[in-house]
Design a binder for this molecule. Structure first.
Ligand code: GLU
Length: 508
């Protein structure tokens, strides 16, 4: 392969349902590599398995890539010079290669029916169609040329299988794992072309990677066992010099490191595994995704970017552009990466802090509408957002942290106030309130200075009055700095809240 070869990588999902975070990480690493090397990032939909077709899954993939900002240069939607980008639409292109392999003796027709194969599996639970038994099965290797020709002429349903060589080693250099070798005796004669004329994944992936001039393949480690089949096909089809470089990405593991992270782990441990909500058409059940849980795409992408990769420093926060700039295959780890949901939340928290108020404003306003807060002033919402931003893990936490800015408290934490309430405190707040009424400019630091001075004068302790004051405005012992709240609520509202609270605090 020439070193000047244009970088062309592909994300090749099968549209079978929601996209697992591992799938999005594969898309991301492909995208990073393409962008880093001024290459092309291609979306190819691998839909040759008609039995696994799921309506809506392709749209989901498009939406998910758009949400993450991983825009393909070529795709079924966008088109491109190497289309079509849906394998089902490329069906006519595969058979010729299967035939070519048969001609060269690297593949053969197999006439065994599914019932016959099931019978074999029943007899032999670890049945494999391989070099060990292929001559005992019904195929063009075991039958005479005439018999095969007759069966074909009669239109007998058949598959095409690869003839995996005996006693050989298939080796290749994986960009992440280095030299990897496979003993061909342990590899099955995989089906390449199915009875319905559709290629299997193995044939389609090689033919399409060649046709689309794919230079590098980044895919999950779960595809490593398939790689020797692909390497053999590249060789048998005479395309060795154009074979892409391989990179099998480390698995994403369960939080305890015990095996691959599955959707079931998410259900069990209460976190999403899909990128976005996925609704199962049959059961109508919705599996929650990161997006709907309240993750910002920047946080989701950042979290995935460091699952199995680091830049060699302590840095953990990366924008997509920074990931592109810093990405290097050498720093992808071989070992599986444990998924840590608490860490994922930390990324979101950090990205909320990093996001501009303007960027977050539409989401905050949507949240307020959801809570029936109709009239909102953008400037006011932005100020409130600045005050509570540090406290948000999800945008939706804004309501819990800041609803009191929009709705007067109905209930107070009376248990925190009443036992120590006194007539002296009532007098203090009445006096404060009438002084508050006289302030010409409602300035947080002037109000604070005044309030603290008044406490000193009263001889009472700071906390004894500060905490009830907060509860008067907020309802509970939470929220940002009291005088920031005072300043944001405004003169009239503060006075009204103090009056209302005094009634509740002094009621019998
Ligand atoms: N269609 C395969 C998948 O669903 C693609 C594997 C590959 O990238 O070769 O992940």
């Amino acid at each position: 392969m020439s070193s000047e070869r244009k970088v062309r990588v592909r994300f090749a999902p099968s549209p079978t349902g929601g996209l697992h975070l591992g799938g999005v990480r594969t898309a991301l690493f492909n995208y990073l590599y393409a962008r880093k090397h001024q290459g092309d990032f291609i979306l190819r939909v691998e839909d040759t398995d008609q039995t696994r077709f799921v309506a809506g899954a392709e749209e989901y993939i498009n939406e998910c890539l758009a949400w993450c900002g991983l825009t393909p240069d070529e795709s079924p939607l966008k088109g491109g010079d190497f289309g079509p980008y849906r394998q089902s639409e490329r069906k006519p292109s595969y058979r010729q290669f299967a035939e070519q392999l048969i001609e060269k003796g690297y593949a053969y027709y197999a006439f065994d029916t599914s019932a016959e194969l099931d019978e074999q599996r029943k007899k032999q639970p670890n049945f494999r169609y391989s070099h060990e038994n292929r001559l005992k099965l019904r195929n063009s290797l075991s039958l005479s040329q005439e018999e095969t020709a007759e069966l074909l002429a009669a239109g007998t349903p058949h598959t095409v299988r690869i003839k995996v060589p005996t006693d050989e080693t298939v080796s290749f250099n994986d960009m992440i794992r280095g030299q990897v070798s496979f003993d061909t005796n342990l590899i099955d004669d995989k089906v390449l072309l199915k009875a319905d004329g559709m290629p299997t994944y193995h044939l389609a992936v090689v033919v399409d990677d060649k046709a689309m001039e794919i230079s590098h393949v980044f895919r999950g480690e779960e595809w490593l066992p398939s790689a020797p089949i692909h390497v053999l096909l590249w060789e048998y089809l005479g395309w060795n010099d154009q074979m892409p470089k391989w990179a099998h990405l480390p698995l994403i593991l369960k939080p305890d490191g015990n095996g691959k992270l599955s959707k079931r782990d998410g259900d069990r441990l209460g976190f999403p595994v899909y990128a976005m909500n996925w609704k199962d058409a049959q059961s109508e059940t919705v599996t929650q995704g990161f997006r709907e849980m309240g993750f910002l795409p920047e946080a989701f992408v950042n979290m995935l970017g460091v699952l199995g990769w680091n830049d060699g420093t302590e840095q953990e926060l990366f924008s997509l552009d920074e990931l592109i700039a810093k990405f290097s295959v050498e720093r992808i780890s071989k070992a599986g990466a444990k998924f840590d949901f608490e860490k994922a939340k930390w990324f979101n928290h950090e990205w909320i802090k990093k996001s501009s108020n303007e960027d977050l404003l539409p989401q905050i306003k949507a949240l307020l509408t959801l809570h029936n807060v109709q009239k909102v002033d953008d400037h006011f919402v932005t100020e409130v957002l600045s005050a509570v931003k540090e406290r948000l893990t999800f945008v939706s936490d804004f309501w819990e942290q800041a609803s009191f800015f929009f709705v007067k408290p109905e209930n107070y934490d009376l248990a925190a106030v009443k036992p120590k309430w006194s007539a002296e405190k009532t007098d203090f707040f009445q006096k404060i309130n009438s002084e508050f009424g006289k302030f010409e400019s409602w300035d947080a630091s002037a109000l604070e200075a005044y309030f603290k001075g008044a406490i000193q004068e009263s001889g009472m302790k700071m906390g004894e009055l500060m905490m009830p004051f907060r509860i008067m405005l907020v309802g509970g012992k939470f929220g940002p700095d009291v005088f920031q709240i005072v300043s944001l609520l405004g003169q009239e509202e503060v006075i009204a809240r103090v009056n209302k609270a005094l009634v509740a605090f002094t009621a019998e």
